[in-house]
Design a protein around this ligand. Structure first.
Ligand code: HEC
Length: 566
């Protein structure tokens, strides 16, 4: 009895402490340092305008959004005193007077922002908005989805190529390696197979298809006239919950960096891979400090850069080194790299190692590699065993004709493989002991499963790139759930569940980060402050509420997104 009373007392004290602590924290952080009202002649007070502030000389940009009264406000603990430049994002509008503003330590600064209609809205359209606007069928437009790997669609719609020229341009594009940008192209290994959205096969059927695509491409650009032969459509601005957010962008030290994957470790550091160079980066969000480590160059003739990045149970960082033909492990304590060579090392395209899954390597000492072929790698023996998806499929089964090649790779708690079939519509399990492959078809046809994360109940959350949905595959019951994303042409790349039950995804086409309440199905679509080439999405569950992280692959920055409201 005494004991119980004691514990009740302790709990009451803790609750009171918690409430008062929570209150002071909320008060100090919600006190604003820079506030104002956003308006335009056309709309009056404007909701959902993104307002970004960057201190002179700083590498960090902080963004908030205006509420239903047009008011925006930066919390005091997010802007240190100094001179700030201000930027806005509101499609169709621009800032009338983009003057710098002084932010003060003691008192709050008020800065009302007047917007005016932009002369040329075409300069502001996201890839998704171009896809919405273009004439053509969904299937025809899907031809352009692979193009955003290296540049925006603006380059395509502004071009003047006719169908014949398009065939040449299309072919030329297939000669670039994935980790390319127009500013820094890399050649593909020669004589390769596979591809990033190109159509190089010389077969007649392929040539005919390319000719059709080229004809179509000449109908959506400026080949026929000086104006687009369709109306330019834009997505509505964020509203309600989608405006209750703080977004922080950290510029990387090298402007050419392509931070394809970014992942938080258990100490809250954010590690990123570089899709086009031999660097591994670490961002400490508490200080904003960034350290970059040079990754060993394995093959000087092959394209440089890494794709997947993951943390193993001991806190070591793993990377899929693409055309360098190895998987690499970095020990943050010794700052040394170890590498394991693909059996196709030195064989150009075939050596490509994109994905590596270290999360459960404590189960059996093995990682899975997603590559030109997929493998199970025994780290002790160095043995790479290729997955044979067709081994156990009867020759007369309709499945025998399909390709199950996987892009994203995830593992369950027993370190079984789950491959995401970007070219098709399957999630394929491969048993870690028997290597038996079992394909499961998504309810949506041609959904394009791309990448995903397994949760702690062995449910795989993944992005349906063409299906425009978040998918969930419950590995125990072998059942799928799918959740549609409201905005068309979001083209989610990856999905992840946080510890509070929200599933998150990000779009490769429309700069949206989507949060979905898995209990109610409610979605919130946050708009990012800049054109953002979204790839891997990740959650840091060590913060309350969890923090969302993503790299801007073509923008050389790491982005943190914090919702301000559940
Ligand atoms: C792997 C990287 C990559 C992919 C994927 C890619 N491009 Fe490009 N693109 C480039 C590079 C590099 C340049 C600049 C150099 C050049 O023009 O060859 C470029 C430039 C362009 C240009 C401007 C130059 C011109 O000749 O008009 C157009 C148009 C274009 N790309 C169309 C496309 C289309 C259409 C797709 C999708 C089918 C695509 N690109 C996919 C890398 C890529």
């Amino acid at each position: 009895m005494m004991r119980l009373r004691f514990w009740v007392f302790i709990i009451v004290v803790l609750v009171i402490l918690g409430i008062s602590l929570g209150r002071t924290e909320a008060q100090s952080s919600s006190a604003a340092t820079l506030t104002g009202r956003v308006s335009s002649q056309e709309e009056g007070a404007m909701e959902g305008v993104l307002v970004s502030a960057k201190r002179t000389g700083s590498k960090i940009t902080v963004t908030v959004a205006s509420n239903e009264h047009g008011e925006y406000s930066f919390p005091r603990n997010r802007l240190e005193p100094g001179q700030y430049s201000i930027r806005i994002r509101a499609v169709g509008y621009e800032l009338e007077d983009p003057r710098p503003v002084e932010v003060n330590a003691e008192k709050s600064t008020t800065l009302d922002l007047k917007l005016r209609k932009t002369q040329d809205v075409s300069r502001q359209l996201s890839n998704g908005e171009w896809l919405m606007s273009m004439t053509g069928t969904e299937e025809q437009k899907q031809n352009f989805l692979g193009c955003t790997t290296c540049h925006t669609l603006e380059r395509i719609v502004r071009s003047q190529h006719d169908a014949a020229e398009w065939i040449q341009v299309w072919r030329r594009m297939t000669e670039y390696a994935q980790g390319s940008t127009p500013a820094r192209p890399q050649r593909r290994p020669s004589g390769g197979r596979g591809g990033s959205g190109g159509d190089m096969e010389p077969s007649l059927a392929q040539q005919n298809r390319l000719a059709k695509t080229a004809e179509y491409a000449a109908t959506i650009n400026l080949s026929g006239s000086s104006k687009w032969p369709y109306e330019l459509k834009t997505l509505p601005r964020p509203k309600g919950k989608a405006t209750k957010v703080i977004i922080t962008e950290y510029d990387l030290p090298r402007p050419e960096a392509l931070p394809h994957d970014a992942v938080a470790d258990s100490q809250g550091n954010v590690w990123y891979s570089d899709f086009g160079s031999q660097f591994l980066g670490k961002l400490d969000p508490k200080t904003g400090k960034i350290i970059e480590y040079a990754v060993p160059l394995m093959h000087s003739e092959e394209p440089k850069g890494a794709l997947d990045i993951g943390v193993d149970p001991e806190g070591k960082i793993w990377m899929g080194m693409m055309y360098q033909g190895v998987i690499a492990r970095f020990d943050p304590n010794t700052e040394k790299f170890d590498t394991w060579k693909s059996p196709k090392f030195g064989q150009g395209d075939a050596a490509r190692t994109a994905m590596v899954t270290p999360t459960r390597l404590n189960v059996d000492g093995k990682v899975w590699v997603g590559a030109d072929d997929e493998y199970q790698v025994d780290l002790k023996t160095g043995q790479w065993t290729a997955i044979d998806y067709k081994r156990d499929i009867p020759k007369d089964s309709p499945l025998a004709k399909l390709s199950f090649g996987s892009y994203g790779v995830a593992v369950d708690s027993k370190n079984n493989f789950y491959g995401l079939n970007l070219g098709g519509e399957f999630v394929t399990r491969v048993n870690a002991e028997t290597m038996t492959a079992t394909p499961f078809r998504t309810p949506t046809p041609n959904s394009g499963p791309r990448r995903g994360h397994m949760d702690d109940q062995d449910r795989l959350w993944f992005a349906e790139f063409r299906g425009n949905k978040i998918g969930m595959f419950e590995t125990k019951t072998e059942k799928f759930m799918e959740y549609a994303i409201p905005a068309p042409w979001t083209n989610p790349y990856d999905a992840v569940l946080d510890k509070t039950g929200y599933a998150w995804t990000g779009g490769m086409s429309n700069d949206h980060i989507v949060r979905m309440n898995t209990k109610t199905g409610e979605t919130t679509e946050y708009l990012l402050p800049r054109m953002t080439n979204v790839r891997r999405v990740n959650i840091d569950n060590s913060t309350n509420p969890p923090t969302f992280w993503v790299g801007n692959n073509l923008g050389s920055s790491i982005i943190k997104l914090e919702p301000l409201e559940p």
